[in-house]
Ligand binder design. Structure first.
Ligand SMILES: Cc1cc2nc3c(=O)[nH]c(=O)nc-3n(C[C@H](O)[C@H](O)[C@H](O)COP(=O)(O)OP(=O)(O)OC[C@H]3O[C@@H](n4cnc5c(N)ncnc54)[C@H](O)[C@@H]3O)c2cc1C
Length: 449
């Protein structure tokens, strides 16, 4: 079913911190904005993080107000559990098809009371908790999800009817269908963020099959104040880990396979996690195996020095492979780079992989121009329009343009909002916008060559 097209000034694709910040800035300028987010809640990766480097502020405490502000802003409409399917040029703007996936729960009537969740008997690994802990087949995605609306996982639903009976407002709708919503927008901001390389990407690192080898995003959940276990325990047996190791550049700065470039945030989040572990488990040994530490931002070097002073061990070494012993302790085989290049095996209780970061979305899926060779969106090379892509009227914000930390993503979001607003103003005051503001796509670059 296709709904009648609604019109907004700017469509933001992606409801992570960058997309939300861009939407709020535009909304505050009086422009109408729609945010399309493919997950059932806005918030992106940030809402799942424990604390932020280098201040160690609680992530959820600073992200949740942003999510609420966007959701309740008079000029912003959020569409969750929705994906942009097709973007077409129409006059001076865009006609966009957005697929709204069925939640099997009526968004208008659901109050987020969770009675459906309590009634459901199905238990599945909780994605938001990195696969640790359990969720039901019908569930509110996480405690501070926005909107507070349940979603029913039809692939795992037994259709037993218990949730339907438990719902006091009759919100369960097993027959809900996907809907295509059409939107007209004057400009687009792509804020589709990043994903981590899959956990089993480095097979010789044992991630996936080895239960005590975690991804860094899983480690964020173990360290989060409202994490799955309420404290740091290793997944295989619930033991409090006494020795934890970080493996840096697991798939990034890897010219043969994986991501050739530096993922920019891994050194700092590993140091952050190591400090949080040292605080939570004062007797534990924490080691970071790295090629070098890139502490380039404001306050980062001091943060690194503080970690060293806390007793976190930094070992310049290449990790060749990770196996496990009979008690599921990961055994790390390293080549020490600092000294004589000797090869050693070291046993830890738990290992965390800083896997490389890759783009969250390929814009070609919606008919937009090809990204750069690394898959992240390509910006036009103008110092005065840093968020303008090679496509007229399309801007980029946050990690969609390449891995970056939250402050940089927020600054870029503000810049994208300002550039999109200026673009719309120029468009409206003159049918042909100034060439400097809107670069003409170069065919070779647009084709990703
Ligand atoms: C383990 C780890 C720890 C980190 N710790 C810190 C830290 O302490 N401090 C710090 O500053 N930074 C940290 N970062 C970096 C931080 O996560 C990013 O800076 C931030 O999340 C970037 O925000 P974003 O909105 O650009 O992207 P994202 O957070 O990835 O959000 C993108 C959003 O777009 C949505 N989306 C994607 N494709 C589509 C589509 N086609 N349609 C609709 N929606 C779509 C996604 O679902 C997501 O919600 C950490 C990163 C990692 C991996």
């Amino acid at each position: 079913m296709i709904q009648q097209a609604s019109t907004v000034d700017v469509l933001v694709i992606g409801g992570g911190i960058a997309g939300l910040q861009a939407a709020i800035d535009l909304g505050n300028l009086g422009l109408r904005v729609a945010v399309v987010e493919r997950q059932p809640s806005i918030g992106g990766k940030m809402i799942g993080l424990s604390k932020v480097f280098p201040t160690l502020d609680c992530c959820s405490c600073i992200c949740t107000p942003r999510m609420a502000e966007a959701e309740h802003h008079a000029n912003i409409t959020t569409l969750t559990y929705a994906e942009v399917q097709r973007v077409q040029r129409e006059g001076s703007g865009f006609l966009v098809d957005v697929l709204k996936k069925p939640r099997y729960v009526n968004e208008e009537t659901c109050t987020g009371c969770r009675l459906c969740e309590y009634a459901c008997d199905v238990e599945l690994p909780h994605e938001f908790e990195g696969g640790f802990g359990a969720r039901k087949a019908v569930y509110v995605p996480f405690g501070n999800a926005v909107p507070q609306v349940a979603v029913l996982d039809m692939d795992n639903c037994l259709l037993c009817g218990r949730c339907e009976k438990a719902c006091p407002v009759g919100a369960i709708d097993y027959l809900q269908q996907p809907q295509t919503v059409q939107m007209r927008a004057g400009a687009i901001i792509v804020a589709t963020g990043y994903e981590m390389l899959p956990a089993d990407f480095k097979q010789h690192y044992g991630s996936g099959p080895l239960r005590n080898v975690l991804t860094a995003l899983q480690a964020e959940r173990l360290l989060a104040p409202h994490g799955p276990y309420g404290r740091v325990l290793r997944p295989s047996d619930g033991k409090v880990p006494e020795s934890i190791a970080y493996v840096q550049c697991a798939g990034s700065r890897d010219l043969s396979k994986g991501v050739a470039s530096c993922s920019r945030v891994c050194c700092m989040y590993a140091i952050k996690q190591a400090m949080l572990l040292a605080g939570a488990l004062p007797l534990a040994d924490v080691t970071i195996y790295h090629m070098d530490i890139r502490a380039f931002g404001k306050g980062f070097e001091q943060f690194y020095q503080n970690a060293k002073a806390m007793g976190i061990q930094f070992v310049k070494a290449k990790v060749a492979r990770i196996d496990e012993d009979d008690e599921e302790n990961p055994v790390v085989r390293i080549e020490v780079l600092e000294e004589d290049g000797r090869v050693e095996e070291r046993r830890h209780d738990m290992v965390v992989l800083a896997l490389g970061l890759v783009p969250g979305w390929d814009p070609r899926e919606a008919g937009l121009a090809a990204p750069a060779e690394d898959g992240f969106l390509r910006c036009a090379p103008s110092a005065f329009a840093p968020t303008q892509t090679w496509e007229e009227g399309v801007f980029v914000a946050g990690a969609a343009a390449g891995p970056k930390d939250i402050p940089d993503a927020v600054v870029e979001a503000g810049a994208a909002a300002a550039e999109a607003a200026a673009y719309l103003r120029a468009r409206r005051s003159s049918p042909t916008p100034p060439a400097a503001a809107v670069p003409v796509p170069q065919p070779a670059l647009a084709a990703g060559v």
